[in-house]
Design a protein around this ligand. Structure first.
Ligand SMILES: *[C@@H]1O[C@H](CO)[C@@H](O)[C@H](O)[C@H]1NC(C)=O
Ligand SMILES: *[C@@H]1O[C@H](CO)[C@@H](O)[C@H](O)[C@H]1NC(C)=O
Length: 263
């Protein structure tokens, strides 16, 4: 190795370890978040309850894809409710990592707020002093539609078939694909079977009506979401989130070109 000039060894390391987007960076991409207006009193029993709730969420995510907690204090004012939901296809280590990131993000964003919610690509976390556990919520919290691919009956036909498959299958996590189309739906685990069905159906009908012929669509309602992409459109365009992968890839390509031309 000592005979290889330094620039060339950098070039080799770029070939063998290309800085591409890793799955875990996609899982941790931030999608949306929000905080309540109400603030709690610093160093109050509420703050202590909130901290122990957030710790419980992170610990529980090492062995369960969904859980809810209610921390009761000395008085009714100190009660805090919380839950998390990992995407159904995540492994337990990835679920725990994701929930820990979401809790950190919520803590940074919602400092001092009674309630907060954060959705990353791979998991969702929410806490509040008003109970929301077991309550269906179909308010649109995030809608993203990719660029239109133009009217293409075949592509839209498979898109609709994949979405129909998601609506028709039961359970909190649903996944499907046909040709270049991939679809996914996820309910928060506190919904009943029927409520999940109702929520996913609504997300899917909104995707069809609002995203038209877009090459990807994301419809996040309060307690469920449905998403689709055609030809990997999500990963490629990544209009949302903090996708640093493509930037790193461009930097790597530029470096490679500079190094090659200087050899
Ligand atoms: C939540 O906390 C805020 C601020 O302390 C308070 O105004 C509000 O009434 C509380 N809500 C519930 C449901 O306890
Ligand atoms: C919350 O968690 C408890 C204990 O794990 C469980 O019995 C209950 O059904 C859960 N509630 C909801 C709304 O998911």
């Amino acid at each position: 190795m000592s005979k290889i000039p330094l620039p060339f060894s950098i070039f080799l390391s770029l070939i063998f370890f290309p800085p591409i987007i890793t799955p875990s960076s996609i899982i941790d991409s931030y999608l949306y978040g929000g905080c309540t207006q109400q603030k709690y009193t610093p160093a109050s029993p509420y703050e202590a309850n909130l901290n122990s709730l957030l710790t419980s969420l992170v610990n529980s995510a090492t062995f369960s894809t969904y859980n809810n907690f209610t921390m009761v204090g000395g008085s009714q004012q100190d009660v805090v409710y919380g839950l998390y939901q990992c995407r159904g296809d995540l492994s337990m280590p990835d679920c725990a990592t994701c929930v820990a990131r979401a809790v950190t993000k919520a803590g940074d964003m919602c400092r001092g707020s009674c309630g907060g919610a954060v959705q990353l690509d791979g998991c969702y976390v929410k806490y509040d002093n008003a109970t929301f556990l077991g309550v269906e919520d179909k308010v649109v919290v995030l809608k993203q539609c990719g660029p239109s691919v133009g009217y293409n009956p075949e592509g839209m036909g498979s898109r609709d078939a994949v979405l129909g498959g998601l609506a028709g299958s039961g359970g909190p996590f649903r996944q499907g694909g046909s040709g270049e189309v991939r679809g996914m739906a996820q309910c928060v685990g506190d919904l009943s079977y029927g409520e999940c069905q109702d929520c996913v159906s609504e997300a899917i009908s909104k995707l069809k009506s609002d995203c038209g012929t877009a090459d990807y669509g994301d419809m996040f309602l309060g307690k469920c979401y449905a998403r689709y992409s055609i030809g990997g459109a999500h990963q490629a365009s990544k209009a949302h989130g903090k996708a640093r992968g493509p930037v790193l890839l461009i930097v790597a390509l530029l470096l490679t070109i500079i190094l090659v031309s200087s050899l």
